[in-house]
Design a protein. Structure first.
Length: 199
């Protein structure tokens, strides 16, 4: 999984901070692998928060914890407070490590990936590397010139799989894609709308 490859959908993430959404989310994003026990990872938290603030509405930063214990991560994130101002998930299923981190040849944390609007990997390396910022800005600019910083994405899940998600998560998927759903009164209506408009 090298630079130029398309990042696959990473499933089974447990959201600790931020609204549940697909991983990777639609549009340009930064996926950063880290762990609570990693000193250099802790030092990158303010930097990633600044990156998220600078690119609000144009790119999404997601910290993917490689910790085994979700509660350990919850406590860490709670202690960080507003300093950790970006989405945080725990790779509970191991999908992110297996399908992106290990396949890329990454060997340590912190390790960040910048994905363009098509989810093509444009950077893989340390999140403090100046090249990360350069690649991110280029991806944001390219997404903006194509007319949308948050292009629609395609859902590959079945109706049954969507029905296993929460109502809030289904609504969030539709909202992020700009799909109206106020008329969806039941969970099944939301799942059907997703399949109609995003599959």
């Amino acid at each position: 999984m090298s630079v130029g490859s398309i990042c696959p959908r990473l499933t089974g993430q447990t959201f600790v901070k931020g609204a549940p959404q697909p991983v990777p989310p639609p549009g340009v994003c930064v996926l950063e692998f880290w762990a609570t026990w990693c000193g250099p990872c802790v030092q990158t938290v303010p930097h990633l928060a600044a990156v998220q603030r600078a690119n609000a509405g144009r790119a999404t930063v997601i910290g993917i914890s490689m910790d085994d214990n979700v509660e350990t991560v919850r406590r860490f994130v709670a202690r960080q407070g507003d300093q950790m101002a970006y989405t945080v998930v725990v790779d509970a299923s191991g999908s992110a490590q297996r399908d992106l981190y290990l396949r890329s040849g990454a060997t340590g944390v912190p390790h960040a990936f910048v994905l363009d609007a098509d989810h093509r990997i444009v950077f893989s390396g340390h999140p403090m590397d100046p090249a990360m910022g350069q690649k991110l800005q280029a991806a944001v600019a390219a997404a903006g010139s194509s007319g949308s910083a948050q292009p629609p994405w395609r859902v590959t899940e079945s109706y049954e799989e969507l029905m296993q998600r929460g109502v809030k998560e289904l609504k969030g998927m539709l909202a992020k894609a700009g799909v109206p759903h106020a008329d969806c009164l039941e969970k099944g209506d939301l799942a059907r709308r997703i399949l109609e408009r995003l599959a």
